[in-house]
Design a protein around this ligand. Sequence first.
Ligand code: MN
Length: 231
Amino acid sequence: MSYLFTPPAVVSVPVVGRAERFPVHRVYCVGRNYEDHAKEMGFTGREPPFFFLKPADTVVVVNTGETGEVPYPTLTKNFHHEIELVAAIGTGGRNIAAADAMKHVFGYAVGLDMTRRDLQGDMKKQGRPWCIGKAFDHSSPIGPITPAADAGDVLNAAISLQVNGQPRQGSFVHKLIWNIAETIEHLSAAWELQPGDLIYTGTPEGVGAVVSGDLMVGSVAGLGELRVKVS
Ligand code: MN
């Protein structure tokens, strides 16, 4: 087999305690999945879960102990952080029942669903796709994946983000409107999940803007810190 040009490298995330890396297939994101974040975005109540995707090559891998870098993106004047728990799918499937869903999860990581909020807002108003607000280059920083067995009580863990040492976001994973099992049930009814899929499960309240030079430090208890600088 020969190609016209060199195919892109496989995007992969390191796994805590393992030499093998986790190759990324797709990046799914859940919208408005914490009540107080839905409210700050102008929505109330429990709506059916909804999803958007980002290309795998928007993932920015940040190794343990390192500070990743995300360039301030083009076109925006309102570049927002969204700290999220990421579920990494190890076993695929379609029409997975919530009761069976957790065995499809290989592990968990801390992620940032970076957002060009002004562009996303424009697209919402016009009823157009969110891609330009969400699925841009370098928009999906992630730390190492901790295997589920080593991740502790991650479904009840504290989740938080600081910017330049000041608290911005803080909540608990148990406040997810649609928990991870329910999310997998809904996602796998719409797409066949594959090993290597990442699910950014939604962000709690407190989203806000960052500018060049800001240092974001996110964490989910038990999974360590994700440090990312805006360059
Ligand atoms: Mn998000």
